[in-house]
Each structure stands twice: as C-alpha cells, then as structure tokens.
Design a protein around this ligand. Structure first.
Ligand code: IPM
Ligand code: MG
Length: 358
C-alpha cells in the first residue's frame, strides 16, 4: 500500500495542497491505487508548533513513505529568525535527509497560455524543456560557511564544492532524461572562473562517451540566462548545479506564462521522491483564494509517474488540466484578458480539475 506524506507548509501552501489532495484522492479511487496519506508539519507552521522547521517526526515519516507532496514554506513572520531556524531550512533539510539529489524541473508551455508569457508567442510556442538541477550539494551545502569576525569587519562566506561522484550521478540522470527526449543535453557551468565547474565539465565530457547518441554541449551560466530568454527552444535538457539551477529554473518558469504552472520532482537513487510546485509561499496572496493550484496538481501527476508507477493516473491528471485550460478557466496569474477567459480562484480551479477527471 503506497503511503504519501503531505506537507502543506506556509502561505498559499495549505490552499494549493487542499486542491492537490482532492485530486490525489479522486485518482486514488478511480484507479484503485490504494494510496494512504498523512499530514506532517514543515516550515513556519512547524516552527510555530515545535520550534523546529523540520521536526524529527516529519523526516522519519517522509523517509519511510513512498513519496512526499510538498506545498511551500516561508513568510515575513519568520524572516528575522537566524538562518538555521528559518522555514526554508526545513525544505533544505528534508531534501538532504532523503538524499534527493536530482531535481527535475520541466518547463512546458501549454498552447492555451502562449499569450500569457511575457515573451513573444513565436519565441515560446511549443516550448518543452527540462532543467535537471543538482539539489543537495554545491554552494547550498558546502562547508565551511558562516559569518565571522568583529562587528564592522565581519566576513560572510560559503563554499561551492562538488565531488566527482556527485557530478556523475546527476549527470547520469540528465543523460538518461535526454535519451528519453530529444537527445540534446546542455551542461551549464562557469568553467571560465570557477574550478568546481571545471571539474563539472570534465565529468560531463567523460560521461558523454557512454551516451554517444546524446549531443552534449556546454554553456556558461551568464550566457545560458541570456539564451533562455532569447531563444529558449534551442534547449531540450539542461543540467546544472544547485545555485545555477535555482536561478535558471525561475527564468525558465516565466517563459511558460507563470511560475504557478510548474511542477517539480526531487528524487533519490531509489526513485523515492518529494514533489513540489516550483513557486514559493506567496505570502502576499495567501488566504485570499487567489493562488494557482495547477503546479501542485501537476506535481501529483509527476509523483504518480516517477514514484508510484501509475502512468495512467498521471496522464489522467495532465489531460484534466489541459481540458480545464482549454475551457478558458484561468487563475489571475495566467489570465491574459483574452475573450473566452473566466477568472477563478484556487478552490474553483481545483474543483474544475476534479470535474474534468470524471
Ligand atoms: C526552490 C526554492 C528553494 C531553493 C528555497 C525555498 C530554499 O527557491 O526550490 O527553488 O532555493 O532551492
Ligand atoms: Mg528557487
């Protein structure tokens, strides 16, 4: 019996997770998946209840589960806490604690939303790219780190580091993903300045000999940022480290009209995964029924595909989302003002996906 942990978190987290939970329950019944779910605490909600952004119980239960569905964490209420007590630490710790090194962030443009992008339609129409981001290494986790010294003279520092095995395992995920797609892989680095990425480039080159069918090329991260907004359709799969992947995936998300549409999967080597929307907790719109639940609903679809071996149920959700968009329903973030659009809230959007599933 598959068991799923639900982590709503903060801000719009509870609203989007409520809709995703309803969708999960529906496909669970329809496809007789036998899934059971349990709610646990993370982020600011966990800090308020226990003093810790990731209570031990949440990590233990998540490690034992088949998959974790995550909403969002963070908000102004907790912004002044010291770094190790912030809500974001909860997310970083669960990623590391579950060994979720491979973060898959697909950026797919739904034809109905082509005009919602800030880029011209011909630049983005048909866009379908996948960013493979290393998630538990690099400068996010490298030691030493800290802020030291006398007031007025303090120094802040972090360490960007990757070992060959770490680069190799994320490289394999990316090459395998490219094999299943258009067989084009762009590795993003800053090998003109940073040694850590000189090594990154070397390992990618070495791996490419095992994947003769995949065309591998390298791009400096500054150029990659530019190319993503200049001609994004040149990319199929991009692979990069933790920090560059964080930045580039936000840029890629915007190509698709709204970051409110993008799901993501974070996997370990047992294909156990944490699934989350790419967007954050959006405290400015929390509790107002304005959030777009589709990224979280699409994260359920990724979860069914990658961790629960239920491709039919995954496809059913994708189809339902497509049909809802085709019918003209839009949350505010994806509205373009075109005729035939109907603006709805988070709850009604979730309701429409449920209806489309039946
Ligand atoms: C993301 C987020 C996180 C990250 C934050 C919330 C820690 O921006 O998932 O992209 O930087 O990885
Ligand atoms: Mg980010």
């Amino acid at each position: 019996m598959p068991n799923i942990i639900l982590l709503s978190g903060d801000g719009i987290g509870p609203e989007i997770m409520a809709e995703a939970g309803r969708v999960l329950n529906r496909v669970n019944e329809q496809h007789a998946l036998g899934i059971s779910t349990e709610q646990c605490l993370i982020g600011g909600a966990a800090i308020d209840a226990t003093g810790e952004p990731l209570p031990d119980e949440t990590l233990t239960k998540s490690k034992d589960a088949d998959a974790v569905l995550f909403g969002a964490v963070g908000g102004p209420k907790w912004d002044s806490l010291p770094m190790h007590k912030r809500p974001e630490k909860g997310l970083l710790k669960i990623r590391a604690g579950m060994d979720l090194f491979a973060n898959l962030r697909p950026a797919l443009l739904y034809p109905e939303l082509a005009s919602a992008s800030t880029l011209r339609e011909e630049v983005v129409s048909g866009l379908d790219l996948l960013i493979v981001r290393e998630l538990i290494g690099g400068i996010y986790f490298g030691e030493p780190r800290g802020i030291e010294g006398e007031p007025g003279q303090r120094v802040g520092y972090n360490t960007d580091r990757y070992s060959e095995p770490e680069i190799e395992r994320i490289g394999r995920i990316a090459f395998d993903a490219a094999m299943a797609r258009d067989k084009k892989l762009c590795s993003v680095d800053k090998a003109n300045v940073l040694e850590v990425t000189v090594l990154w480039r070397e390992v990618m080159e070495r791996l490419s000999q095992e994947y003769p069918d995949v065309e591998l090329w390298h791009m400096y991260v500054d150029n990659a940022a530019m190319q993503l907004v200049r001609a994004p359709k040149q990319f199929d799969v991009m692979v990069t480290g933790n920090l560059f992947g964080d930045i580039l995936s936000d840029a890629a998300a915007m190509l698709t009209g709204s970051i409110g549409m993008l799901p993501s999967a974070s996997l370990n080597s047992q294909k156990q995964g944490l699934y989350e929307p790419c967007h954050g907790s959006a405290p400015d719109i929390a509790g107002q029924d304005l959030a777009n639940p589709l990224a979280t609903i699409l994260s359920v679809s990724m979860m069914l595909l990658h961790s629960l071996n239920a491709p039919k149920a995954a496809q059913a959700i994708e189809d339902a989302v497509k049909s809802v968009l085709a019918s003209g329903l839009r949350t505010k973030d994806i509205a373009t003002g075109a005729s035939g659009e109907q603006i709805v809230g988070c709850r009604a959007m979730g309701e429409a996906v449920l209806k489309a599933l039946t």
